[in-house]
Design a binder for this molecule. Structure first.
Ligand code: NAG
Ligand code: NAG
Length: 187
C-alpha cells in the first residue's frame, strides 16, 4: 500500500516535472523574439567619409600626451584626443563630429598605435550617434584597417571597419590630417 502511494506520487512528480520540462523546451519565446526582430529590422551598411585632424601644435591642441617615457623611444607614449572631424581636408570645412579617445604606441620596433576611440557624429541623421573603434594603427602604412566594435544611437549593434589614410603630416609638430572611409553595418 505504502509502495503504491510512493510510486503514484513518484509518477505524478515525474509527469509534473516532465510537462514543465516540455513547456520549457517548447517555449519559443527567444526564437519568436529573434524572428520578430529579423523581420522588423533590416541590416544596412552605411559608408562614412570624413577627415580627422590630429592637432598637437598651437594654443589649443586637440591631442595631448598623457603618459609615456621621457627617453627617445615612442613605445608607451599615450595620447588623449578630442579631434575634429570635417567634411573635407580643409580644417575650416563643415564639422561632422569628433573623435574622442586615446591612442598609444604599442609596438617596440615600429610606430604602430593601439586606437581606443569613439567617433561621435553631429550631422544629419547620425547627429548624436557614435561608433567605437578598437584596433591596430601602423601609422606609416598607406591604408590602415581598424575594426568597429560597436556603436550607439543609429549605430546601435554596429560592426564594420574603418580605413584610415594619412593625407598630410607635419614631422616637426606631429600634426596630421587623416582621411577615413568607414563601412558600418547596423540596423
Ligand atoms: C580653407 O577654408 C577657408 C574658409 O573656407 C579658406 O579661407 C582657406 O583658404 C581654405 N584653406 C585651404 C588650404 O584651402
Ligand atoms: C544635433 O543635435 C543637437 C542636440 O539634439 C542639436 O542641438 C543640434 O542642433 C543638432 N545638429 C544638427 C546639425 O542637426
Amino acid at each position: 500500500m505504502a509502495s503504491l502511494l510512493t510510486s503514484t506520487l513518484a509518477l505524478t512528480y515525474f509527469f509534473i516535472m516532465y510537462s514543465s520540462f516540455l513547456r520549457r523546451t517548447n517555449g519559443v519565446f527567444s526564437e519568436e523574439l529573434s524572428e520578430a526582430i529579423t523581420l522588423k529590422r533590416m541590416e544596412k551598411t552605411t559608408r562614412l567619409h570624413f577627415f580627422f585632424h590630429d592637432i598637437h601644435s598651437g594654443k589649443s591642441p586637440t591631442a595631448i600626451k598623457i603618459a609615456g617615457t621621457s627617453d627617445s623611444s615612442l613605445f608607451g607614449d599615450t595620447y588623449m584626443m578630442d579631434n575634429a572631424l570635417t567634411e573635407s581636408q580643409n580644417g575650416s570645412s563643415k564639422s561632422v563630429g569628433k573623435a574622442q579617445g586615446m591612442y598609444a604606441f604599442a609596438a617596440k620596433n615600429e610606430p604602430a598605435l593601439l586606437m581606443v576611440v569613439n567617433y561621435e557624429f553631429t550631422r544629419g541623421e547620425f547627429n548624436g550617434s557614435s561608433i567605437s573603434v578598437l584596433g591596430r594603427n601602423p601609422v606609416m602604412d598607406d591604408v590602415r584597417e581598424m575594426p568597429i566594435v560597436g556603436g550607439s544611437g543609429r549605430f546601435r549593434y554596429a560592426n564594420g571597419y574603418a580605413l584610415a589614410h594619412t593625407v598630410w603630416f607635419d614631422l616637426k609638430t606631429g600634426d596630421a590630417i587623416v582621411e577615413y572611409n568607414v563601412y558600418v553595418k547596423h540596423y
